[in-house]
Design a protein around this ligand. Structure first.
Ligand code: SF4
Length: 214
C-alpha cells in the first residue's frame, strides 16, 4: 500500500468510516475536502470561531449530485459538529427520504462554518469572508443541482436581492455556473406549517431533476 492509500485509509477510519471511497477521482475529492476542512478549522477570519463549540463543515456524500446549502449552524449543529441535525434538520431529512433518497446520498452544508451566537442572522461581512470555503466545497463536489435553503444561501448563490417567496420552486443558473433550486429553510417551515406543501414540492422537484424528469 502506497503512502497516499495509507493516508486515505487513516482519514476514512478517523473521520468518515461510513463513506465508500472507490476510485482515484473520489480519492482526490476526499483529500481536497479534508484539506479545505483543515483550513476552516484553523480559520480566524471572523469572530464566530471564538464562541462556537465545533466547526460544522458538512455531512453526507461528497460524490453526491444533490447539495443542500443553508445559512449557518444552530445550537444542535454546533454541539454535534454536523449540519441540520436539530428539529429543522429532521424535517429536511424526512422530506428527502420521503421522495426516495437517503440523507447519506446527498451533501449538506452551510455558508458559515461556525455558529452565530443566539442563532442570529449571518452578518454580510461574515458571509463575505466565509463563503469562499463554500465555493471551494462546491468546486470540488461539482453537484448537478444545489438546493438553497432560505434567503441567505439563495441570495448568495443567485447573487440577487429577491426573497425566497418569489424565488422558490424554480431552477435558475447561478452566476457561479451551478443550477440552483431555492426553497424555504426548514426552520421557517416549522415556524409556519403553511409552507410545508411548497417545501415538499420543491424537494420532490429537486430529486426528480436528478433523473432528468424536470
Ligand atoms: S465562520 Fe467561517 S470565516 Fe468565520 S471563523 Fe468560521 S470558518 Fe472562518
Amino acid at each position: 500500500m502506497n503512502l497516499k492509500d495509507k493516508l486515505i485509509n487513516y482519514l476514512k477510519e478517523e473521520f468518515i468510516s461510513s463513506v465508500e471511497i472507490n476510485d482515484s477521482s473520489s480519492d482526490e475529492k476526499f483529500l481536497r475536502l479534508e484539506e479545505l476542512k483543515r483550513k476552516t478549522l484553523e480559520c480566524k477570519k471572523c469572530n464566530l470561531y471564538k464562541t462556537a463549540t465545533n466547526l460544522v463543515f458538512s455531512d453526507g456524500d461528497y460524490n453526491a449530485e444533490l447539495v443542500f446549502v443553508g445559512e449557518a449552524p444552530g445550537e444542535d449543529e454546533d454541539l454535534q459538529g454536523k449540519p441540520f441535525v436539530g428539529r429543522a434538520g429532521k424535517l429536511l431529512t424526512a422530506t428527502i427520504e420521503e421522495f426516495g433518497l437517503k440523507r447519506q446520498q446527498v451533501y449538506i452544508c452551510n455558508i458559515l462554518k461556525h455558529r452565530p451566537p443566539e442563532n442570529r442572522n449571518p452578518e454580510p461581512e461574515e458571509v463575505a469572508v466565509c463563503s469562499p470555503f463554500l465555493l471551494e466545497q462546491l468546486t470540488i463536489i461539482k453537484p448537478k443541482l444545489i438546493v438553497t435553503l432560505g434567503n441567505f444561501s439563495t441570495r448568495f448563490l443567485l447573487d440577487t436581492k429577491d426573497g425566497i417567496s418569489k424565488l422558490r420552486g424554480t431552477c435558475k443558473k447561478s452566476p457561479y455556473d451551478y443550477m440552483v433550486l431555492p426553497t424555504y429553510h426548514p426552520a421557517a417551515v416549522l415556524r409556519n406549517m403553511n409552507l410545508l406543501t411548497e417545501f415538499r414540492e420543491d424537494i420532490k422537484k429537486a430529486i426528480s431533476y436528478l433523473s432528468g424528469k424536470v
